[in-house]
Write a protein that binds this ligand. Structure first.
Ligand code: ATP
Ligand code: MG
Ligand code: MG
Length: 354
């Protein structure tokens, strides 16, 4: 097939479409109205509501394979799409859309999430804090990203003040971590799995600030266990495409935070920093092509997100050696909005020819 459909219109879709085009595919997008920065990189783009089945059917009719860049695509969308053409499979999205279902699924495969409890009422929250203790974090089970829909709870007193109107929630004990890291894999249609190097991730105000490698010894010591879990997750889902798992590195080993059934912000460094990027390999997997080498091409890499007004001064970084700027073309630099990223590489110097 030669047309790949992408559900969602954000920067991840934009970067997927760029790689799709490089491989000679026509990329066609679909997303509800919004600042769909993927649209200008797609050959065709459907702007319609997720429940517009006629538009979805017209989109699907163009596509030989369909993927998604947004993890909150309503599951009802898949009733209109040819299920065999959708990668990663619907089940991956179903699990990842609900923080409680996701934790249970991963626990069933031997993963260790933070202590947690479902919270549907004030009484549930009081009981959860009683059992798990404080500090902790109350999170909406669905639709949260970039730390949105989360409330830090310092003590049982805070249970009175937090809003519980955002639908079902989950209370998690606060994990006393030494560092955070993510593992990103790609799984092909034939079940072959490859991992990129893990990155150390630093968050600011709930938003990823930097991802860097090498991730350091503390994380390196926990990577085998994290990889093994990620592979079990991918195999259990019969996954096809790029899959990300976020972890806390603790004294007792890796604690699972969450997963994303898609290309991930902590993998943006792979565009310049790996032989094959997460975007290129995702498109290859979706298209049923052989996967590329995931090895890093640099000794160290730092990816820095440009959030909100950060992007204004970022052009100056183009003057720095081996530094690569990506701007997503978003119209408004609202506070907390990811506008672009910068990747800086340090490569081993080449020996001159004698
Ligand atoms: P993303 O944009 O990565 O999808 P999200 O909104 O789903 O973010 P989480 O990954 O759940 O949010 O949390 C964001 C950050 O908040 C984490 O990376 C971590 O720094 C901190 N955090 C979340 N849960 C916990 C916890 N239980 N203990 C300690 N820190 C936490
Ligand atoms: Mg998340
Ligand atoms: Mg996260």
């Amino acid at each position: 097939g030669s047309t790949i459909g992408i559900l969602g219109g954000g920067q991840l879709g934009r970067m997927l479409a760029i790689e799709g085009a490089r491989l000679g595919y026509r990329c066609v997008g679909f997303a509800p109205e919004g600042d769909n920065v993927a649209a200008e990189l797609c050959a065709d783009f459907f702007t319609a509501r997720w429940d517009d089945t006629a538009a979805l059917a017209a989109f699907a009719a163009q596509c030989d394979a369909i993927t998604y860049e947004f993890e909150n695509v309503p599951l009802s969308v898949f009733d209109t799409l040819p299920v065999d053409a959708v990668f990663p499979p619907r089940k991956a999205l179903e699990v990842a859309q609900d923080r409680l279902a996701e934790k249970r699924f991963v626990e069933g495969l031997g993963g260790r999430p933070a202590l947690h409890a479902a919270v549907d009422s004030r009484a549930d929250l009081v009981a959860a804090i009683e059992r798990i203790g404080a500090p902790g974090i109350l999170k909406t089970r669905r639709e949260g990203y970039d730390g949105k829909g989360q409330w830090r709870i310092e003590s049982a007193h805070d249970a009175d003040g937090v809003p519980l109107s955002g639908g079902p929630a989950i209370y998690e004990g606060f994990v006393d971590f030494a560092a955070e890291f993510s593992v990103i894999l790609v799984r092909g249609r034939d079940g072959a799995v490859r991992f990129w190097e893990p990155t150390r991730n630093v968050h600011r105000d709930g938003i990823l600030a930097t991802s860097s490698l090498p991730a350091g010894e503390r994380i390196a010591a926990q990577v085998d266990e994290a990889h093994a879990l990620a592979k079990r997750v991918a195999d259990a889902l019969d996954y096809v495409g790029v899959l990300t798992l976020e972890f806390f590195a603790t004294e007792k080993g890796p604690v699972f935070n969450e997963m994303a059934p898609r290309v991930h912000n902590s993998g943006h460094w792979t565009i310049e920093g790996a032989v094959t990027s997460q975007f290129a390999n995702h498109m290859r997997a979706v298209a049923g092509l052989p996967l590329g080498d995931t090895a890093a091409v640099a000794e160290s890499v730092t990816m820095t997100n440009l959030v909100g007004k950060d992007s204004a001064s970022a052009l100056a970084r183009l003057a720095e050696p081996d530094t690569h700027l990506h701007l997503y073309g978003k119209k408004q630099a609202r506070a907390g909005r990811k506008m672009g990223h910068v990747t800086q590489l340090t490569r081993p110097s080449r020996q001159p020819h004698s």
